[in-house]
Design a protein around this ligand. Structure first.
Ligand SMILES: Nc1nc2c(ncn2[C@@H]2O[C@H](COP(=O)(O)OP(=O)(O)OP(=O)(O)O)[C@@H](O)[C@H]2O)c(=O)[nH]1
Ligand SMILES: [Zn+2]
Ligand SMILES: [Zn+2]
Length: 213
């Protein structure tokens, strides 16, 4: 049956499943963020840094680690004291609402106020698959070069919060973070770009504010 579905049908089904996830999260009062971004840009470390601050404010934070293979990020979330779960996508370069829906069924959601869902690291595929989160974040870092935004217009045009991470390394790699911010502004004049250094925690409070958390 499934193999008779065309790509349009598959996307329609994904939107329905995303809507279902959205309702489930809303009913339980959980604020979920789809954390997309470049591979190795600092998604996991930024989530841990945001969780530290939210926990200090008395909130319970959970994390789902989406990766093609392995449980490295899951182990880091556990080590950081977060209720966590791993989703391995195998051949897929993105999470989708179906996989996340199953994870939400299995996840110990009780008492969780904020749930970060770390998507597979790349700036292409995740843009086409809504997960049903109330917010989206795209993370890039200066070490990927100053052309990352304009090479991936779709994901930046549709995402309202962007973290430009590893600004502690900006001078070393010779990349001006403001160039990335300017490219983003052109694609998404209403969006907010926040400069972060997840190592030291610089910019993390501002990032939480941009996400409304
Ligand atoms: N100097 C510096 N290093 C950072 C920063 N953020 C992350 N890193 C380091 O960069 C590496 C990758 O960080 P991760 O948090 O694993 O990045 P990720 O985007 O989750 O990676 P994938 O899940 O593999 O795509 C790690 O060694 C981090 O310690 C930062 O702001 N500054
Ligand atoms: Zn990661
Ligand atoms: Zn299923």
């Amino acid at each position: 049956m499934h193999d008779t579905l065309g790509f349009g049908d598959v996307l329609k089904r994904q939107f329905e499943l995303a809507e279902r996830n959205y309702e489930l999260l809303k009913d339980r009062g959980i604020r979920a963020i789809n954390v997309m971004g470049a591979i190795g840009s600092g998604k996991t470390l930024l989530i841990i840094r945001m969780a530290e601050r939210l926990k200090a404010k008395g909130l319970k934070v959970g994390a789902i680690a989406g990766d093609v293979a392995g449980d490295d990020d899951y182990q880091r979330f556990k080590a950081a004291g977060l209720p966590a779960m791993s989703i391995n996508t195998g051949d897929d370069c993105h999470l989708d609402a179906h996989r996340v829906g199953h994870a939400l069924t299995d996840f110990p959601l009780s008492g969780v106020n904020v749930l970060f869902i770390e998507n597979v690291g790349n700036l292409v595929c995740p843009a086409d698959f809504p997960l049903g989160t109330e917010g989206d974040l795209v993370v890039i870092s200066v070490t990927e070069g100053d052309d990352m935004v304009r090479k991936h217009p779709k994901i930046f045009a549709q995402t309202d919060v962007v973290a430009v991470n590893k600004i502690d390394l900006a001078e070393i790699v010779g990349v001006d973070p403001q160039k990335l911010v300017a490219d983003y502004r052109r694609l998404n004049p209403h969006g907010r770009a926040v400069l972060t250094d997840a190592k030291s925690g610089r910019g993390v409070e501002e990032l939480l504010a941009a996400l409304g958390l």
